[in-house]
Design a protein around this ligand. Structure first.
Ligand SMILES: [Zn+2]
Length: 323
């Protein structure tokens, strides 16, 4: 029997909820708990929630390690949260605090990194060279190269959502112009829907928006599902930008696959068809090199929690003295 660590607690700190689960090496979730993320909460509040989830999930189980995936900028391997989009913490030594309070080894990484790691390591097909993109309110990215998460020297690398694809494009939340996130995220879908509704107040997007009170990305999705040409055109433009970004990354990294997760992937082929078309159209030397398949994510909203647990188990093995 292996003495390797068998169970870890994976935690995913998102903008609206914190999910925690007991995870084994196959990615199976043995138990799961959730807590809402208090808006703009700081380190003290979040630490209390994390430690409560850990102690409840740990009860009666032999837990070897803790892994955290968190939205924001995480310094690796120290596990310091430098900044987060939804929370008030700045430069929080979250890994040290978890290790001190629980006595367990911990790892802390960016949420898209660990979600991508779960998709690459535990999906129906496994990949050693894979790009993961989450298309939600923003765009997150995880890059798995040679079977490992690529983070750059200190965890600042692979910020794929802020790759510039259109320097003349709209302003991004980060202050730059034409980032992938500014043209291909759920927020971009909402913005383009509102522009279309303003330009054509009698169109289907505007009419659905009036009935619902406001135009959102979901309004555009509903209109597209009713074959509204304006809404379909918005998905074509959004997917095209995503495909352009993917084509460049595939050219650089020789990807085996591209996996897309996040809320907007629930629109299925509305998003995937134009992405695949542009990824092929802008591929470099597609004939000899091939074009990687663009696939929907396997794990949905649990990917971050599962990937964080898996990463924790693998790092527990590497630490001397770990059980
Ligand atoms: Zn940006």
């Amino acid at each position: 029997m292996s003495t390797d660590a068998q169970l870890a607690i994976g935690l995913d700190i998102g903008g609206t909820k914190i999910a925690g689960g007991v995870i084994d090496r196959s990615g199976r979730v043995h138990a799961e708990l959730q807590a809402p993320t208090p808006p703009r909460s700081g380190a003290v509040v979040i630490a209390v929630i994390l430690l409560d989830l850990v102690s409840r999930l740990r009860a009666g189980r032999d837990i070897a390690a803790i892994g955290v995936g968190a939205a924001g900028i995480v310094r690796w391997p120290e596990g310091r949260m430098l900044w987060a989009p939804n929370n008030a913490y700045r430069d929080w030594a979250i890994r040290d605090e978890l290790e001190r309070e629980t006595g367990l080894p911990a790892v802390v990484d960016n949420d898209a990194n660990v979600a991508g790691y779960a998709e690459a390591s535990l999906g129906a097909t496994t990949y050693r060279q894979m790009l993961f993109i989450t298309v939600g309110t923003g765009i997150g990215g995880g890059l798995v190269l040679d079977g490992e998460i690529y983070r750059g020297p200190t965890g600042m690398g692979a910020e794929l959502g802020h790759m510039i694809v259109d320097p003349l494009g709209p302003r991004c939340g980060c202050g730059n112009h034409g980032c992938l996130e500014a043209v291909a995220s759920g927020s971009a879908l909402t913005r383009m829907g509102r522009e279309a509704a303003a330009a054509n107040p009698d169109g289907l997007i505007a009419r659905i928006g009036r009935a619902e009170g406001v135009v959102t990305g979901q309004t555009v999705t509903s209109a597209a599902q009713q074959d509204d040409p304006t809404a379909l055109d918005i998905f074509t433009r959004l997917g095209r930008w995503l495909g352009i970004g993917i084509a460049s990354l595939a050219t650089i990294f020789e990807l085996e696959a591209v996996v897309i997760g996040g809320g907007v992937i629930r629109t299925g082929d509305l998003l995937l068809s134009p992405v695949r078309a542009a990824a092929g159209e802008f591929a470099y030397a597609a004939e000899p090199r091939g074009v990687p398949p663009v696939l929907p994510a396997t794990f949905g909203s649990e990917a971050g929690m599962i990937g964080a647990g898996l990463l924790a188990l693998e790092h527990a093995d590497r630490k001397p003295g770990a059980a």
